[in-house]
Design a protein around this ligand. Structure first.
Ligand code: FMN
Length: 191
């Protein structure tokens, strides 16, 4: 069992990274392998939402920009996908949105390889907009026919400056519960 996480923060090692780390702790305790993909500093190809892929039967990127192949390939290899973002203006970061838009489009062209994988969203927020960001990510999972585990808390960590989220004990508990829920669900999907 493996989970790949995408950190949509432009600042590696910030609050979003901390939240991912807590989910990873719970997953690893259940014997689940984890992989982190940092989006900070990655060149986001500026093709118009991967229109170029439409001319390619297997969805291979025709202009040599391989980033989408790499992101989607990691998702396809994994049993579970964790998409994590800071809240930016009451929604997800540019970085995470680029992954969702580009991988989402190519996923369709490749015959929906994400269908029935487990997907979970995590967001770091200072004050407001966390539900909107969670909802944007959850809708990505649902339109790609993925399965989203519920938890008894919203998957949110509260903090502004790097490290602030460490003081959010409830957020930490929620991340642990999310890791447990992902591991439980992935095992049942695979059974
Ligand atoms: C451009 C920008 C926009 C932001 N917009 C919001 C917002 O709408 N609501 C909110 O609660 N926090 C907002 N924040 C604060 C971040 O979500 C918060 O500081 C978060 O913990 C940062 O996570 P990180 O350290 O992983 O980047 C914004 C931060 C930035 C840089």
């Amino acid at each position: 069992m493996k989970v790949v996480a995408f950190n949509g923060s432009p600042w590696p090692g910030g609050n979003t990274a901390t939240l991912i780390g807590w989910v990873f702790d719970a997953l690893q305790a259940q014997g689940v392998e984890t992989e982190l993909c940092e989006l900070a500093g990655q060149e986001i190809c500026q093709c118009p939402v991967c229109r170029g892929y439409e001319g390619s039967p297997d969805g291979a990127c025709p202009d040599g920009l391989r980033r989408v192949d790499s992101w989607l390939g990691r998702m396809v290899e994994a049993d579970g996908i964790l998409l994590a973002s800071p809240v930016h203006h009451a929604t997800v970061s540019d970085e995470l949105k680029a992954v969702m838009d580009r991988c989402g489009r190519v996923e369709r062209l490749r015959g929906n390889p994400l269908a029935r994988k487990v997907g979970a969203a995590v967001v770091a927020a200072r004050r407001a907009g966390a539900i909107q960001a969670l909802d944007a990510i959850d809708r990505f999972f649902l339109i790609h026919r993925m399965i989203v585990p519920g938890t008894s808390q919203w998957n949110i960590g509260i903090g502004k400056a790097r490290g602030d989220v460490e003081r959010d004990a409830e957020g930490r508990r929620a991340m642990g519960e999310l890791g447990d829920a992902m591991a439980w669900l992935m095992r049942r999907v695979a059974a």
